[in-house]
Design a protein around this ligand. Sequence first.
Ligand code: BTN
Length: 328
Amino acid sequence: MSMDVDILRALRRAGGGSVSGAELSQSLGVSRAAIWARVQDLRALGYDIEASPHQGYRMLSTPDLLHADDLLSRLESIRVIGRDIRVFQETTSTNDVIEKLARDGVKEGVVVFAEAQTKGRGRLGRKWISPPGKGLWFSLLLRPALRPEEATRLTIVAATALRRAIANATQLRPEIKWPNDILINGKKTAGILTEMHAEPDQVKHLVIGIGVDVNLEAEEFPPELRQIATSLRAETGEAVDRPELACRILKELDAEYERLNAGRFSEVADEWEEHCTTIGRQVSIRLGERQLRGRAEALGEDGALLVRSEHGRLEPVIGGDVTLEKLT
Ligand code: BTN
């Protein structure tokens, strides 16, 4: 782990107080000059670190920047998701970067953030706008012991974690629209794109891509999306701290993934159902050429949406484009 992780962690732990250069150099086993050099580099990135000859170093403020060492320094008790973090200033799609890492044999839990994506994509081949510094555009690699038909569980896990993190960070009341949308006041604020590489009876790896519209202004959305999409900033009226939100999301994802692996998916599913606006509603779902209309009744054991069709059959749905019919 880089020295910057330890320095940032020590400064943050001091909670606005100072940490002496001697203390840092002793605990990290390097010279005081080496600490000073690292602090200079962090300052150049925008970390406002006060240095006083008598008191030592004090963190006054941190920039709105996704910096891998900073994120790692905030994630102390992570088990899997977020133990390896990489940040790109720009990439095509973070899902593509993770896919490549997966094929290179990288361990599960690696997370790739990009400040901007040039080819961000959503479900069903849609484009995902990803302007620099305005959102959280990231993907993670998982290698769960699941059958391909159970992979939808991971989207449920991710949506549950994402909803909870946004609720705790903003005091807003996010809702889930099956399977992957996070809505605030009825407008989409975040989405999840799960891509799978599997053999007939076993998932090899999953790429979970998450996009959160954090600090976009309403007019930064393309005109055709303004009625249906929003950002956390637009809903709260103030800028949201992206690195802090990123870490909250990773901690929740790690905790939910742990619950899944401990055989407690039903607990995750209960929380998901509690916040899902799709359950109990009349829905219309486009499944390729077919249109399924009916009532969304519940979540199935493997994460499928159970829809009671107009003909009275209970149909499990694992993909497709859901339209909620108007409440009367
Ligand atoms: C959707 O709601 O349709 C899913 C949107 C997923 C967007 C994220 S942004 C990070 C990752 N990289 C991508 O290209 N897509 C996902």
